[in-house]
Design a protein. Structure first.
Length: 290
């Protein structure tokens, strides 16, 4: 009962976050019939534009200057900075998921022992979480923190006339990709990084809870990116590639390192068993000789 409620809370939290993101990005944008600049945001913008969007737009302008006016590379640098800043939260999520896997036997015991007493089951489960420093909601933190960042980035692209008219590869960053290549890449990379998480943690109940929601992500990304300015799906693609590399080192590589140890442990046990059998054989022979 408790675990189903927990799963439901996580699902609804993620769904609410995604719906809020779509609403803010697609329906709450002001009309700008004239070209604006980063300085216009500071001088004439509202509180959000002056104190948040301005600094994102200013950062993108600065990064673009470093790369000879290339806003495509400026967005890449923005992704690297943002993802690096939230890396501590990602590592906390990783440790929490590993701790959750480690306490599964104890959780199963609590479920069986208090199957007829949901309140006691919840109390014992929370105690176990506290003792092992497990936060079941830790997986939602990186998503929630990135939401205002993404909305601010969207606003800065929408307002900044230099970004809106900039061409990068086959794209005009202020317009949707007319070939729809970038939205498809964004959806594919979202699917790849999601599947990596699922395969790396097959026994993690947090991932099992989120499977359905996580599979909706690529479809949602595709739909949103289809008509959004190309700078946004470009941001998604960069973020997904960063996440894929990060997950490889956190989950896949670590899992590969642990498997040989298990095999070695099995071989050692086998050798130990052979030694014991040999010892028993020698003891039996000596007793017969006596």
């Amino acid at each position: 009962m408790f675990f189903s409620r927990l799963a439901s809370k996580r699902k609804w939290l993620v769904l609410f976050s995604l719906v809020t993101l779509v609403a803010l990005l697609s329906g709450c944008m002001p009309n700008t019939d004239h070209a604006t600049t980063t300085e216009d945001l500071k001088a004439n913008g509202n509180w959000w534009e002056r104190n948040v969007v301005y600094y994102f737009s200013y950062s993108l302008d600065t990064f673009a200057d470093w790369f000879g006016g290339q806003y495509g590379f400026a967005i890449l640098l923005m992704v690297i900075i943002v993802r690096t800043l939230i890396l501590p939260l990602t590592l906390k999520q990783y440790r929490s998921s590993k701790a959750m896997q480690a306490i599964q036997p104890e959780l199963q015991e609590i479920r069986k022992k208090f199957a007829d007493n949901p309140q006691k089951q919840q109390e014992e489960t929370m105690k176990l979480f506290q003792q092992n420093k497990v936060n079941p909601m830790a997986g939602c933190l990186p998503l929630l923190i990135q939401m205002p960042i993404f909305i601010a980035l969207y606003n800065s692209i929408y307002y900044n006339s230099d970004i809106k008219t900039h061409e990068f590869l086959w794209l005009q960053l202020g317009e949707p990709d007319q070939w729809h290549i970038l939205p498809i890449i964004a959806a594919i990379t979202t699917y790849v990084q999601t599947k990596m998480m699922q395969k790396a943690q097959p026994d993690n109940p947090q991932m099992q809870m989120m499977n359905t929601i996580m599979l909706i992500f690529p479809i949602l990304i595709l739909v949103m990116a289809w008509n959004f300015p190309s700078a946004l799906p470009l941001y998604w693609v960069y973020t997904n590639i960063y996440t894929i590399v990060q997950n490889y080192f956190l989950y896949v590589r670590n899992a590969d390192k642990k498997e040989p140890k298990k095999e070695e442990g099995g071989q050692n046990q086998g050798k130990g068993g052979q030694k014991k059998n040999k010892g028993k054989g020698k003891a039996a022979v000596s007793s017969k000789n006596k």
